[in-house]
Design a protein around this ligand. Structure first.
Ligand SMILES: NC(=O)c1ccc[n+]([C@@H]2O[C@H](COP(=O)([O-])OP(=O)(O)OC[C@H]3O[C@@H](n4cnc5c(N)ncnc54)[C@H](OP(=O)(O)O)[C@@H]3O)[C@@H](O)[C@H]2O)c1
Length: 240
């Protein structure tokens, strides 16, 4: 593989952290830009440069401007942002629907990733095969909704999937070497899944390190065909 730079957005995510460690160990990786709402207390990683963002349009624009020197050189992008619960737990029934919860979850899970796709276009226009993995979830599949519930989270990921599909149509014209992956990590042992882990069999609860390994393998081997792919941790396609 030729040398590359990586951009990891939502870098405090446990899976993002594991991916950053793997980029650090990859001799072909020249550097990692890690974007997060808060910077780590101490920085031990040598290749990784941390960038603080509140994910406002202005902040995303500023960061993309500062990355413009790396246009065409950043060829691995992970957009990890996502929340399932905050002060409220996922809705189990219609009576639990609150506008504030729908808005907060859509903002983090759908709007923020889309703002990045919008601003990253000029940076990703280049000759190098480039993969952009956006953390979706199987629950965002409209055709695979058998259990119902979790309205905000489910709908935010379904909407994210549509924005990924739609962006991939435009990127195919304007940034031909980019492949979007809507990625389902599987249930992974992170703060996001903590309240729901009791019902998950041990062998179905993945470590962040395992999921990062799977994702980086998938990004390295995916077919570059200008079409968005919806893939799980095992590289299996999910029906949209
Ligand atoms: N863990 C699972 O079982 C599982 C299953 C399916 C899908 N996923 C998806 O995988 C992704 C990574 O999740 P994780 O499990 O690694 O969770 P995590 O460790 O809890 O990470 C949370 C992520 O969300 C971002 N975030 C949290 N609150 C935010 C806010 N108010 N505004 C903007 N960004 C915010 C964080 O970014 P900062 O660095 O800026 O804090 C970080 O990237 C999510 O999109 C999640 O939906 C996870």
């Amino acid at each position: 593989m030729s040398s590359f730079y990586a951009l990891v957005i939502g870098a405090s995510s446990a899976i993002a952290q594991a991916a950053i460690q793997q980029f650090e160990a990859d001799k072909d990786c020249l550097g990692v830009f890690a974007v997060s709402r808060s910077l780590p207390n101490s920085e031990t990683a040598t290749k990784t440069q941390w960038l603080e963002s509140d994910y406002s349009e202005d902040s995303i624009q500023q960061i993309c401007k500062s990355l413009s020197a790396y246009s065409g050189k950043i060829s691995k992008v992970l957009i990890c942002n996502g929340i399932l619960h905050n002060s409220m737990m996922p809705e189990r029934k219609l009576e639990e629907i609150r506008a504030s919860q729908l808005e907060a979850i859509f903002h983090t899970n759908t709007i923020i990733p889309m703002l990045w796709l919008s601003q990253l276009l000029p940076i990703l226009q280049g000759e190098q095969a480039t993969q952009v993995a956006l953390f979706s979830a199987r629950i965002g599949s409209i055709s695979d909704n058998k259990t119902g519930g979790w309205y905000s989270y489910r709908a935010s990921k379904a909407a994210l999937n549509m924005l990924i599909q739609t962006s991939s149509v435009e990127y195919a014209r304007r940034a031909k070497n980019v492949k979007f992956i809507a990625f389902h990590p599987g249930t992974t042992d992170t703060p996001l899944s903590k309240p729901f882990q009791r019902s998950v069999p041990k062998d179905k609860l993945f470590t962040a390190d395992f999921v990062a390994t799977q994702l980086l393998y998938i990004m390295g081997s995916v077919t570059m065909d200008n079409k968005a792919a919806y893939l799980d941790w095992n590289n299996q396609p999910i029906e949209w």
